[in-house]
Design a binder for this molecule. Sequence first.
Ligand SMILES: *[C@@H]1O[C@H](CO)[C@@H](O)[C@H](O)[C@H]1NC(C)=O
Ligand SMILES: *[C@@H]1O[C@H](CO)[C@@H](O)[C@H](O)[C@H]1NC(C)=O
Ligand SMILES: *[C@@H]1O[C@H](CO)[C@@H](O)[C@H](O)[C@H]1NC(C)=O
Ligand SMILES: *[C@@H]1O[C@H](CO)[C@@H](O)[C@H](O)[C@H]1NC(C)=O
Ligand SMILES: *[C@@H]1O[C@H](CO)[C@@H](O)[C@H](O)[C@H]1NC(C)=O
Ligand SMILES: *[C@@H]1O[C@H](CO)[C@@H](O)[C@H](O)[C@H]1NC(C)=O
Ligand SMILES: *[C@@H]1O[C@H](CO)[C@@H](O)[C@H](O)[C@H]1NC(C)=O
Ligand SMILES: *[C@@H]1O[C@H](CO)[C@@H](O)[C@H](O)[C@H]1NC(C)=O
Ligand SMILES: *[C@@H]1O[C@H](CO)[C@@H](O)[C@H](O)[C@H]1NC(C)=O
Ligand SMILES: *[C@@H]1O[C@H](CO)[C@@H](O)[C@H](O)[C@H]1NC(C)=O
Length: 878
Amino acid sequence: MSWLIQASATLLAAASLPHVEALVSAPYPNATNSSTPGASNNAYSPPFYPSPWMDPKDGAWADAYEKAQAFVSQLTLLEKVNLTTGVGWEGEACVGNTGEIPRLGFPSLCMQDSPLGVRFGDYSSAFTAGGTVAASWDRGLWYQRGLQMGMEHRGKGVDVQLGPVVGPIGRNPKGGRNWEGFSPDPVLSGIAVAETVRGIQDAGVIACTKHYILNEQEHFRQPGDYEDQGFLEAISSNIDDKTLHELYLWPFADAVRAGTGSIMCSYNQINNSYGCQNSYLNNKILKGELGFQGFIMSDWSAQHSGVSSTHAGLDMTMPGDTGFNTGDSFWGPNMTIAVLNGTVPEWRIDDMATRIMAAYYLVGRDRTSVPVNFNSWSLDTYGYQHAYAKTGYGLINQHVDVRDEHARAIRDAAARSTVLLKNKNKALPLNGKEKFTAVFGDDAGENPLGPNGCSDHGCDNGTLAMGWGSGTAFYPYLVTPLEAIKNEVTSKNGLIQSVTNNWAYNAITALAKQASVSIVFVNADSGEGYITVEGNAGDRNNLTLWKSGDALIQNVTANCNNTIVVIHSVGPVLVDQWYDNDNVTAIVWAGLPGEQSGNAVADVLYGRVNPGGKLPFTIGRKESDFGPDLIYKPNNGKEAPQQNFEEGVFIDYRYFDKKNITPIYEFGFGLSYTTFEYSDLKINKLSVGPYAPTQGMTKAAPVLGNFSTNTADYQWPNNLTYVDTYIYPYLNSTDLKEASQDPDYGLADEDYLPPGTKDGSPQPRIPAGGAPGGNPQLWDIFFEVSATITNTGSVAGEEIPQVYVSLGGPDDPKVALRGFERLSIQPGKSTTFTATINRRDLSNWDTVHQNWVISDYPKTVYVGSSSRKLPLNAELKI
Ligand SMILES: *[C@@H]1O[C@H](CO)[C@@H](O)[C@H](O)[C@H]1NC(C)=O
Ligand SMILES: *[C@@H]1O[C@H](CO)[C@@H](O)[C@H](O)[C@H]1NC(C)=O
Ligand SMILES: *[C@@H]1O[C@H](CO)[C@@H](O)[C@H](O)[C@H]1NC(C)=O
Ligand SMILES: *[C@@H]1O[C@H](CO)[C@@H](O)[C@H](O)[C@H]1NC(C)=O
Ligand SMILES: *[C@@H]1O[C@H](CO)[C@@H](O)[C@H](O)[C@H]1NC(C)=O
Ligand SMILES: *[C@@H]1O[C@H](CO)[C@@H](O)[C@H](O)[C@H]1NC(C)=O
Ligand SMILES: *[C@@H]1O[C@H](CO)[C@@H](O)[C@H](O)[C@H]1NC(C)=O
Ligand SMILES: *[C@@H]1O[C@H](CO)[C@@H](O)[C@H](O)[C@H]1NC(C)=O
Ligand SMILES: *[C@@H]1O[C@H](CO)[C@@H](O)[C@H](O)[C@H]1NC(C)=O
Ligand SMILES: *[C@@H]1O[C@H](CO)[C@@H](O)[C@H](O)[C@H]1NC(C)=O
């Protein structure tokens, strides 16, 4: 790939020119007042070394650590290197594979996309996308989805599922991969990611929570050549410390607390230091403050240095080569050399290997592992084991059906994630006895090329049920809305006709005139930046509907006074042109439902499922309502584009609230076929001790075994069957400089490694840390909140009461979500909703003390049915 830079180990130093310490002090040189959050151009990420070694206190990680140490103690240096380094792009069956350890019969570890299913796996399920299932606000459903995805990966032989996603979080709704994650609200995202991680890992598969961090857009996410600009380094997301903690890091903390075995560092730079070699974020924040005990894996080709990334906390490089199929690696032989020449101390490679094996034991892979039985690069039964090298011909795909009964749960998840936005005079549910049903829209029918007809789903043909890119999976089938609705109507002997050409206006008009009900399907797609669809290079170019959706709706509403609009979209779309048209009797947001799309939407339209989903984002009136735009054009000359997160914690509803912008449908909003009433707010204050910052020192870095310093012991074995472009740990010369093939070889450590980098002595613990996720006292419960929710309608329904707090300060969001519960309530009955408010919920990040503090500002709690319908409130007296 032409854009790949052959970065030397000095890149870290070069990319970190001392400027302002954006992460530790006030972001702007001129900002003395913390009410000006954000960060400036050329923001700087300070160094933090040494890279923390595993130090689990107790519980599951401690057990896993013990097993991992026992395993790693048996390994030779070459074997340790094999565990950390991928074999190269398309070298093995999975999207990423490590080297194996034949001496111990330990197989290559298999890393496989995606966050919604087994990418490239036949006979596997296409689950509801993260950004859609977020709308269910249902912990049990998130866990079950994680468990089932984990079981499918397990059945195919996958060790690490590359998901879930909480980065991007969705700073701007046009971000191409937002739909892979959950929600721009950190609490909703945090709870969803934790349940998903638990589910995946309870299935015996390691979760890889990604992309760490601030990977909020696709344009310029990687370094590359641009026609007009020449070569540019990747975009830098510039952020201040407070915003980092209170928004973007929050869900990662929840994932770490839930035990995520691995975390993927991202392509972009953060404060002008690449994600996979940013020592501040990886060493200090993730492994230090959040106490992450698992391993950090690079995004594919996101590693840009050898020694520097090693010391900055990276533990596994994927897919292992410097660029796809270069045959060279920043690690592999270079790692063997770096340990032999002393630039990487033994404790560091030991820690990398131990972290990988601890994650392995944590989820029980020693008991759950099966050999890989599919192949990412071919659906053929027989083919090449090493796809790029075209060698190792044999059985590569056993077509193992891992779907089990998951289809039922997927249908249920999609239906329960559906959000009813408008329902005039109870237009919905339909009863199937409508005299004449008309269905409109390309989005109602089949992709003429088949459900998997576009590579990585990089097209918007037919009904949209997932976005595009690596975060996808093959559909085993895709039930279209048209099929499901047709079944519904014909089984009751009604009339149904459809027009799926969005531009056949005469036919559309003619059909709409005859219909007693028209159901119009429209969509908006996005995806990963390596594919451009209809001019959208990953990120959306706009927030309007695709395929002239607005005109389609307009043509129908002009001729039919009972028009129901169903939206399949990756996030918010502009509905301003038609949402309040009297002839639009209902609006349904169905998101990206996955394989059961049609069945799920029919369940809602025909009332088998009473919709209970709530928007996990805000639908505004126009694009500018959402705050700062993405960067589509280089904005920093020949240097890395700079994306300043100047809006601070104010994204999505927090931005609307701060700027007094009235949305069309707010965050948390969603209707039901019944109605609910809120009453009787009660607050119970618990007594909690004072917050004690974590103190003391870590133990010294352990060293596991010893290794030969004789370079002759590391040469290529002469009996090895070499696979072309594969990455091995061996050296082709006893001269280390020659073996490295690196022109910059031999730079003195002190010329590019910050002081303390190689220091394995005990290190001070971080006050805001102390356990996975952060200081355990952050989860001390201060208040129990309860309220009575009554179903005042005539049918059973599910309601999602939400708890918000106001922290009261001038820099705080008007309200911020803190809790919720999905409750099922019979008509005329009441249920008690309860939630808890913990220390973290009440705290701000204090950039001076580098810890969480509860401010003196008056705190208020709110309970209601959306971020703007909060009928109950009370003061929280701390
Ligand atoms: C601080 O300086 C930056 C860069 O010069 C400028 O864009 C910003 O508006 C200033 N902020 C304040 C609060 O004065
Ligand atoms: C490293 O992994 C490669 C590829 O799986 C394997 O051929 C080789 O034997 C391994 N080397 C060692 C020392 O285990
Ligand atoms: C070692 O790393 C350098 C880049 O730092 C790269 O140019 C070289 O090819 C690598 N050597 C091997 C043997 O992969
Ligand atoms: C399918 O999508 C591709 C890519 O966007 C587009 O070029 C093509 O016209 C579409 N085909 C049909 C039949 O819709
Ligand atoms: C927005 O983008 C979509 C997809 O590329 C396109 O179909 C539509 O025409 C665009 N809308 C506007 C207003 O340009
Ligand atoms: C249908 O849409 C087209 C394109 O926007 C427009 O020219 C035409 O007037 C519309 N017809 C009706 C009946 O709204
Ligand atoms: C609503 O539909 C009727 C046909 O049923 C049509 O006469 C009327 O103009 C439509 N109204 C709007 C606002 O489009
Ligand atoms: C639509 O118009 C028809 C004919 O005027 C009327 O009978 C019907 O009640 C209207 N439906 C709605 C939903 O307004
Ligand atoms: C290659 O030789 C080594 C050292 O003699 C031996 O341990 C290993 O088993 C051999 N490997 C193969 C694949 O024959
Ligand atoms: C040690 O080896 C690494 C990896 O090849 C290399 O980048 C570094 O320059 C070497 N350092 C010294 C002091 O030789």
